[in-house]
Design a protein around this ligand. Structure first.
Ligand code: SF4
Length: 459
């Protein structure tokens, strides 16, 4: 974020609170006050990492912040972002969403660089730090000629903040503005909370530069990227299914509307005869709304969710059974004696689905039809969503062609998934709220976790 006047740290903190649903392993903010840099980072969620005194100590009108969900490397404070480097004697800071692939050469070249850091982002810092370029812009450009994988990067270098999106646009990055600041963020909800508005998405392969004193940002394109990187859009489909906040606008569309459309298409593919439709809070709710609208089956609030429980999928495995118990409560009179269509956004390990079915049975449901508003997740993600860590436990890994095994495992009377084609179509069919948003094509999406076809080389 670059503020035209005044201190930036509190605004960054407030913006980050709107992104906490994406990650909560660690958090950090780096600022620049015209003379010096200030950095604070720590483990866990934002309120535990920052106090008012700490925020006050982060002086300056330019800065970047990050909440981390661990993909590469260990979960420790050395790996918390922003990660620092030094270019021509001047520090800079980086925050990264995504994951670098084909890292062997980088690991060999920079085996001695910052040994305390084990995350892939350090290679970006190492490339820039070791660059012989004369300008920082050139050093960034050079680094991106060798980076393979996915990255949306924020970079703080003196009074300038950069936003960089890799050539596939896999991870989101949006640009917004308030009356007092330019903002770069993974999601538009971070602008909303600050009274800002979306200007546009950062283009795939674009470097946007926000400079102190400049009324408008400037940008340049990454013209040279590794030949192994596809010169083709590969938006992460799972962002639309699960990761993005429902109120965010991405790919020109409001995420909530896309998920409702997934629910409508779910009915076209699984037209069930039932008494009520229930969405598993929170991200199954929009699809339930869409399913109910098209089917004329009433949508009911069958579950009440505790908002203190967080998101299951980003929880460490050891904590999940406990979290699952406190997360959801059923409303018995809504469910008792009913044939229930229950919809969740996805089925990852199947533990949540099994628990949900068990709770509905306990509440007296007559029949339970479980629907997923996305296809079976069969493969790990290596592009920034850390399902590689739970790959062996993906319930559809061995049973995608025989989902009756999964149905039995979760205990439902019926199990249905939205097809991959309909999932992609749901995004494309949703009417954009951004004027003149470019047409999306069916092959503009990464679908590797549903197909095992990885568009960006892994090695
Ligand atoms: Fe997104 Fe799945 Fe592709 Fe990873 S593999 S980028 S989660 S669609």
């Amino acid at each position: 974020m670059l503020k035209f006047d005044g201190e930036v740290s509190s605004d960054i903190f407030v913006g980050l609170t709107q992104l906490q649903h994406r990650a909560h392993d660690s958090a950090g903010i780096a600022t620049f006050d015209g003379l010096s840099y200030h950095l604070h980072k720590g483990m866990g969620e934002l309120p535990g990492v920052f106090t008012e005194d700490i925020l006050r100590s982060l002086k300056g009108s330019s800065g970047i912040g990050h909440v981390r969900w661990t993909t590469a490397g260990d979960i420790n404070v050395a790996n918390a972002h922003p990660i620092s480097g030094i270019f021509r004697g001047e520090p800079f800071y980086l925050a990264h969403n995504g994951e670098l692939t084909s890292r062997e050469n980088l690991e060999l070249s920079f085996s001695d660089y910052a040994p305390e850091i084990s995350t892939d982002t350090k290679f970006v810092a190492a490339l820039i730090s070791n660059s012989r370029a004369f300008t920082f812009d050139e050093a960034l450009r050079e680094a991106c000629t060798v980076l393979c994988g996915t990255y949306s990067l924020l970079v703080l270098y003196k009074d300038t903040v950069y936003g960089i999106r890799d050539i596939t646009g896999n991870r989101p990055l949006v640009f917004g503005k308030t009356d007092h600041a330019f903002i770069l963020s993974s999601e538009t909800v971070a602008f909303d909370v600050l009274g800002g508005r979306l200007i546009r998405e950062i283009k795939a392969g674009e470097v946007l530069r926000l400079e102190k004193g400049s009324k408008e940002p400037s940008s340049f394109m990454l013209l040279q990227t590794p030949v192994s990187m596809p010169r083709k859009l590969q938006f992460c489909l799972f962002e639309m299914i699960y990761l993005l906040h429902p109120a965010s606008i991405f790919l020109g569309r409001t995420v909530e509307r896309v998920r409702e459309r997934m629910g409508e298409n779910l009915f076209y593919e699984h037209p069930l005869d039932a008494d009520i439709v229930i969405g598993v809070p929170d991200s199954g709710r929009a699809a339930a709304k869409g399913y109910a609208r098209i089917s004329d089956i009433p949508e009911e609030e069958g579950f009440i969710r505790s908002h203190y429980a967080g998101r299951m999928f980003i929880e460490p495995v050891a904590k999940r059974p406990y979290k699952l118990l406190i997360k959801l409560r059923t409303i018995r009179e809504v469910i008792y004696g009913k044939r229930v269509v229950v919809i969740d956004d996805s089925i990852v390990e199947g533990r949540t689905a099994k628990k949900v079915v068990g709770m509905l049975r306990d509440a007296g449901a007559k029949s339970i039809f479980f629907l997923s508003s996305s296809p079976p997740i069969t493969h790990p993600c290596y592009y920034g969503v850390p399902t590689a860590r739970i790959h062996r436990r993906l319930i559809a890994k061995d049973h995608a062609t025989n989902i009756d095994v999964i149905r039995q495992e979760i205990g439902a009377d019926y199990l249905g998934y939205l097809s991959l084609e309909a999932t992609v179509d749901s995004v494309i069919e949703t009417i954009p709220v951004v004027e003149d948003y470019p047409c999306l094509e069916k092959d503009d999406f990464c679908t590797a976790c549903f197909t095992g076809i990885y568009p960006i080389p892994l090695n």
